[in-house]
Design a protein around this ligand. Structure first.
Ligand code: NAP
Length: 248
């Protein structure tokens, strides 16, 4: 029996990077895979086609996770078509890195809305179907930066730290209904988000990580599958660091 058989999983921001790897791994583990994207329509269609060709029930939805009404509509549409949602992965995220001195209000708001408000939007929307089913697993994609802070990323660090507080609060609120909520804090994972970084800095990070490499999206996907599955049935309110020992 596969780990996610008979589970319906919704992942935000799965057209590329970590979200895509999560979608692929959830599919490998037998889940029905529903995912969102914002602008990468071609990539999203290609992923849905790839998963469908492998015999998986999969569907991509264009839905802005930072928009409250779009999140409500997305979940209503999914429940109408698929019946319920067993697992929500709040993965969509962006960076707008700059020092506070140069950071605009727009850069602050964009990051907080996409990374943090999105989790409120989607979690609030899936709460009803999960309460009805008396089960559910919600996984929020935080970051080691949310635990440790980082110069030039005050907006991003605040959003990711906020997700950890949100995770613990939802775990406390919904635990009695058998709905779990956990966070994952990836370290340096090599995706398009990190390709834009200065490569000398990237190389120095690799050297400073105890496991001596950047993480791959599959490393985060494996932790996500664990938290989505019944293997983690007694785990809630926790943050799992997937960072090669970068932060201990
Ligand atoms: P990525 O390659 O830039 O992919 C981001 C994904 O989020 C894309 O699918 C994008 O969709 C989607 N997205 C962005 N804004 C959205 C919105 N408003 N609504 C719906 N979807 C939206 O990023 P990644 O590296 O895979 O990161 C994924 C998550 O892990 C993020 O939350 C990030 O903060 C976190 N993380 C990453 C690292 C790392 O080292 N890479 C480390 C720690 C945490 P489109 O393609 O359509 O724009």
């Amino acid at each position: 029996m596969k780990l996610l058989e008979n589970k319906i999983v919704l992942i935000t921001g799965a057209s590329r990077g970590i979200g895509k790897a999560i979608a692929q791994e959830c599919a490998n583990q037998g889940a029905t895979v529903l995912f969102t994207y914002l602008s990468s329509e071609e990539k999203a269609n290609a992923l849905a086609a790839e998963l469908s060709a492998a015999g998986v029930t999969a569907k991509g939805f264009r839905s802005d996770a930072s928009n409250f009404n779009e999140a409500q509509k997305l979940v209503e549409d999914i429940v109408a078509e698929f019946g319920t949602i067993d697992v929500l992965v709040n993965n969509a995220g962006i960076t707008r890195d700059t020092l506070l001195m140069r950071m605009t209000e727009e850069q602050w708001d964009e990051v907080i809305n996409t990374n943090l408000k999105s989790a409120f939007n989607l979690t609030k929307a899936v709460q009803q179907p999960m309460l009805r089913a008396r089960k559910g697993s919600i996984i929020n994609m935080s970051s080691v930066v949310g635990v440790k802070g980082n110069a030039g990323q005050s907006n991003y660090a605040a959003s990711k730290a906020g997700l950890i507080g949100f995770t613990k609060s939802i775990a406390a609120e919904l635990g009695s209904r058998n709905i779990r909520c956990n966070a994952i804090a990836p370290g340096f994972i090599e995706t398009e988000m990190t390709e834009v970084l200065d490569q000398t800095v990237v190389e120095s990070w690799r050297k400073s990580i105890p496991l001596k490499r950047g993480g791959q999206p599959i490393d985060v996907a494996n932790a996500t599958v664990f938290l989505a599955s019944d293997m983690s049935a007694y785990i809630t309110g926790q943050t799992i660091h997937v960072c090669g020992g970068m932060l201990m």
